[in-house]
Ligand binder design. Structure first.
Ligand code: PLP
Length: 468
């Protein structure tokens, strides 16, 4: 399998060539040249597989520059019951007939980003060792991504992580999750500013090409193809658990921000997995809901980007969305380049024409949005009617899922975080403290490993220089 850019550069690259990369050189995102098609016999064979072996089968269709035995070993090291809590890895939790949650949040940081990031950690260690190279990951986080990256890379040979976060602005639980890591290769940097300051510092350091080359600076953001590929696996795993035969269809509802999670669902559907609808659920930051309802994609400014009770979905633009638009427009890279380059940067929006908009229905996408009040109601409803406590992001999904159920089609709502991570809103909704997984009861009391730095690019660079 080879990979090309969404913006028209037809240079074909292999999986390991793009593994450690972010954007393609022309500014686009990488996609495979085609989607391998899964026939009925293959679906039947995959039904019986353990999660790690299913992961190997899917990964091996997209990765031909890692020997099969090594890739299988990587998948088996990654997807274990010890790390993900159950042998199913992403078990279904039935709510009522035809409706279930698919649990993606039983990894070490209690959010679905572990599903991909844990694999990325194994792949990075493998590939860096093979090349005899090292990598220094520099990132900014306001919560889930940074902790998932740290737990994936901790103790890995050849990798250091430098993670910036806004000092005092993450929840005590989130801070404790990250800052309690004592691994020598994990560096927490609390920046005396807001999240945007952290992001600006990362950009400034990455734009200093000499520094970037000299200190081998890399990232692990959500546009990384390997992360997206890892996520394709759980759509198959969910389908197999929800159905008995290959002629049954299921729908998935996906709490969405940067469109990374649901884009993996799109890939699974393009491979032939019998998915009826992919339901995109957003919060008040409804860039994607607006698009699927009107064909207009409009990026928001920071004044229009709301801080919500489902903070991991608070986005002003959806960084993986370009991948779907590339497929929707018949893989016309020149048109994608124009829309996501010139048009968005000059006008801040683009609109599909009528024919293009009508095409969306062939891809199964529908959408909806929730407000804070909707999420509180849904958390209450899930607790009272089904006896489960769900987090705010999953509540957004469940609310929107209820609006898109089809007769005879099981609806799977992706559970993207555990409620323990967002305890304040759970208490607001139902007056009950969500349970914490075993071993995390006193995490806030653990010793912390973090340095505090001013909003100063030079100070961050100096810290990196003295710790690589
Ligand atoms: C990151 C995240 C999301 C959004 O996923 P995208 O891939 O950005 O669409 C939803 N819920 C939780 C808990 C997350 O951490």
């Amino acid at each position: 399998m080879k990979y090309i850019s969404t913006r028209g550069d037809k240079t074909e690259r292999s999986f390991c060539e793009i593994l450690l990369e972010g954007l393609a050189p022309d500014g686009g995102l990488y996609l495979p040249t085609h989607y391998p098609q899964i026939d009925d016999a293959t679906l039947t064979r995959w039904r019986g597989l353990a999660y790690a072996d299913l992961a190997f089968e899917i990964l091996s269709l997209y990765i031909d520059d890692i020997p099969a035995d090594d890739l299988r070993a990587i998948a088996r090291r990654t997807y274990t019951a010890e790390v993900f809590g159950t042998p199913e890895i992403t078990p279904l939790k039935p709510l009522e007939a035809g409706l279930a949650l698919q649990a993606l949040s039983n990894g070490p940081t209690l959010a679905f980003k572990d599903m991909a990031m844990q694999l990325l950690g194994q792949l990075f260690e493998y590939e860096l060792a093979r090349r005899g190279e090292t990598l220094n990951i520099l990132g900014a986080t306001s919560g889930d991504t940074g902790s998932a990256a740290e737990y994936a890379m901790r103790g890995k040979a050849g990798v250091n992580v430098f993670m910036l976060s806004p000092a005092g602005r993450m929840s005590p639980f989130q801070q404790a999750q990250m800052f309690s890591l004592q691994d020598a290769n994990i560096h927490n940097i609390a920046v005396e500013g807001v999240f945007d300051d952290c992001q600006d510092i990362v950009k400034a350091v990455s734009n200093d090409l000499d520094f970037k080359r000299k200190y081998k600076i890399g990232t692990v953001n959500s546009i990384n193809w390997a992360r997206l590929l890892a996520q394709v696996v759980y759509y198959f795993a969910g389908y197999f658990q929800a159905t008995q035969r290959n002629d049954e269809q299921v729908s998935f509802t996906v709490p969405s921000g940067n469109f990374g999670n649901v884009c993996a669902g799109h890939v699974a559907r393009m491979m032939g997995l019998p998915i009826a609808n992919l339901v995109v659920a957003t919060n008040e930051n409804d860039v994607l809901n607006e698009f699927f309802r009107s064909g207009v994609y409009r990026v928001r400014g920071s004044a229009e980007t709301h801080e919500t009770s489902s903070p991991s979905m608070d986005i002003s633009k959806a960084s993986n969305f370009e991948r779907f638009v590339f497929d929707l427009l018949g893989r016309d890279g020149a048109q994608v380049k124009s829309l996501f380059g010139e048009v968005l940067s000059t006008q801040g929006r683009f609109a599909l024409n009528g024919d293009q908009y009508a095409e969306i229905q062939n891809y199964g996408f529908v959408s909806g949005a929730s407000s804070h009040a909707d999420r509180l109601n849904t958390i209450r409803k899930a607790y009272n009617d089904f006896g489960v406590i769900i987090d705010t992001h999953t509540a957004d999904g469940l609310k929107v899922a209820m609006e898109h159920r089809l007769p005879g089609v099981t609806m799977l709502v992706l559970e993207t975080a555990l409620p323990a991570k967002f305890a304040a809103t759970i208490v607001e909704a139902i007056g009950v403290q969500p349970p914490r997984p075993a071993g995390l009861d006193d995490i806030e009391a653990l010793p912390k490993r973090v340095v505090t730095l001013p909003v100063d690019v030079a100070a961050v660079k100096a810290f990196v220089e003295s710790h690589v």
